[in-house]
Design a protein around this ligand. Structure first.
Ligand SMILES: NC(=O)C1=CN([C@@H]2O[C@H](COP(=O)(O)OP(=O)(O)OC[C@H]3O[C@@H](n4cnc5c(N)ncnc54)[C@H](OP(=O)(O)O)[C@@H]3O)[C@@H](O)[C@H]2O)C=CC1
Ligand SMILES: O=C(O)C(=O)Cc1ccc(O)cc1
Length: 444
């Protein structure tokens, strides 16, 4: 295949392995390494795949491969490229899988020899999701058309939708989509833990869109902290979005506490008009992305006979945040992750249904049984924002892992349910169809 060209992977964690398996299945020769202590284990794991050669370090991968993908923690990218970059084969192509492109491309520019092309990628989904039909961002930073065509050809076996962006466009959009979405779900988990609650044990958190909140929160906490920390802390646009989200949560909660119904209502409707149109008519499709009946089946607890009301502070705040930052989330659909589509789906469900939105405002003002949940949610959103703004990786990790430990016993069940939920919803929302690549032109 392609006169014996080979693809290299530095970093054989979840994403590196997923790529290595799929590329070798498609017939490519793959050279791969992780840290030296993983060598023996990887050799064993890949012994049945003769197309995958496990090497002892990144120097060996770099000198032998025609296209090398760094698939390591974003926070380590500079150190790893500094170490192995100078060993890159003459005239090879180098790219990375990290979730924030400014530091990655800067590391390539600083440490790679000048004859090396730079084409980066970013699969906008986790390692457990079928890449078919999911967006795959490609960044032609420094490369000939032939080199870029080679990358497209090699990665075409993933069956993803190619989206062509610059690194700046990539980082802006993923701040709007991924970083702020994670901040919301991370805050829900933090608030439940702070109140010593397992939400599936409370009728108010069961069924419909509440299931999405629980399943996605647990899915995020079941994953690796560095993925979320990296894409939030290293992306300057993300800090701004997460800060605005925390401010929106705080300001809306204050209106609720003070019982300022009209002010709250005006603000919610102004945000709705900006994001969803005056009557909530703007959407991805005429039909809603998600509906309660579809979501009821993905429950970790018993569905109550009568659905309990919620003021959905987390959802009111995201629309307020989009409004304040001038973001129209539908503009980013082409670069959306499954989690972002779920998040937009439940938000849209609430905001395009005036009866539900009114019920939410009534609950916010009249029902004080939510106050302790909302108080902890507000603290949590502000605390995550502070840790991200300070660039505090250790502080991020400490908080993440504490909450991870709290929820860990339910991860196997929640992951299974979450996978089914995502699969069903992607099928319903047409998120898995395969299309030709798109050149993304951001609006505004
Ligand atoms: N998981 C996801 O959903 C997605 C992740 N990404 C991005 O892809 C990248 C990889 O993520 P993921 O696979 O999930 O993370 P993992 O932690 O599973 O994998 C990263 C691997 O790189 C290894 N590594 C670190 N330093 C070196 C080195 N010097 N030489 C060789 N290997 C090294 C790590 O070892 P050790 O653990 O011992 O440090 C680890 O095994 C990250 O930048 C992430 O942001 C992108 C899309 C989706
Ligand atoms: O879908 C999400 O937002 C995820 O959490 C999975 C994920 C994590 C990191 C990425 O760079 C891309 C996708």
């Amino acid at each position: 295949m392609d006169e014996g060209k080979s693809i290299g992977f530095i970093g054989m964690g979840d994403m590196g392995k997923m790529y290595a398996r799929r590329l070798s299945d498609a017939g490519w020769k793959v050279n791969a390494c992780d840290l030296p202590d993983k060598y023996e284990g990887l050799v064993k794991e890949f012994e049945a795949r003769p197309k995958v050669e496990i090497m002892r370090n990144g120097h060996l991968v770099s000198r032998a491969s025609d296209y090398i993908i760094y698939s390591v923690e974003a926070k380590n990218i500079d150190a790893v490229v500094r170490n192995f970059g100078p060993s890159t084969k003459l005239g090879a192509i180098v790219g990375g899988q990290t979730s924030c492109k400014a530091p990655e491309i800067e590391a390539f520019q600083r440490h790679l020899p000048k004859d090396v092309s730079i084409v980066s990628c970013h699969s906008l989904h986790g390692p457990g999701v079928d890449p078919k039909g999911q967006p795959l961002v490609l960044i032609k930073h420094r490369a000939s058309d032939d080199d870029f065509a080679f990358v497209e050809k090699a990665l075409s076996c993933l069956g993803s939708k190619h989206v062509y962006l610059t690194r700046e466009q990539h980082d802006r959009i993923t701040a709007d989509t991924q970083a702020v979405t994670h901040a919301a779900f991370l805050s829900m988990g933090a608030a439940w833990k702070a109140n010593n609650q397992f939400p599936w044990e409370y009728p108010r958190y069961i069924g419909g869109i509440e299931n999405v909140k629980i399943n996605i929160t647990l899915r995020i906490y079941a994953a690796k902290w560095h993925v979320y920390a990296g894409l939030a802390i290293l992306n300057p646009d993300a800090k701004k979005q997460i800060k605005q989200y925390a401010e929106s949560v705080t300001e809306l909660f204050k209106l609720m506490l003070a019982g300022h119904r009209e002010e709250l209502r005006d603000r919610v409707y102004a945000a709705r008009a900006a994001v969803f149109g005056h009557n909530g008519e703007r959407g991805e499709k005429k039909e809603l992305l998600l509906r309660d009946e579809l979501l009821d089946q993905f429950s970790l607890g018993e569905i109550p006979e009568k659905r309990l009301k919620n003021n959905h502070l987390s959802l009111l705040a995201i629309v307020d945040c989009w409004w304040k930052l001038g973001i129209v989330p539908y503009d980013h659909m082409i670069c959306s992750t499954p989690l972002f589509r779920m998040w937009l789906g439940i938000t849209e469900y609430l905001f395009r249904n005036t009866t539900l939105l009114e019920e939410c405002i009534d609950t916010a003002i009249e029902d004080n049984t939510f106050r302790k949940d909302d108080l902890e949610f507000t603290f949590a959103a502000r605390d995550w924002s502070a840790r991200v703004s300070l660039g505090n990786f250790d502080g991020y990790r400490e908080k993440f892992e504490e909450i991870q430990t709290y929820f860990a016993p339910r991860f196997p069940e929640a992951t299974k349910l979450g996978n089914e939920m995502i699969k069903t919803i992607l099928e319903k929302t047409g998120g898995n169809e395969n299309e030709k690549g798109v050149k993304y032109i951001p609006q505004g």
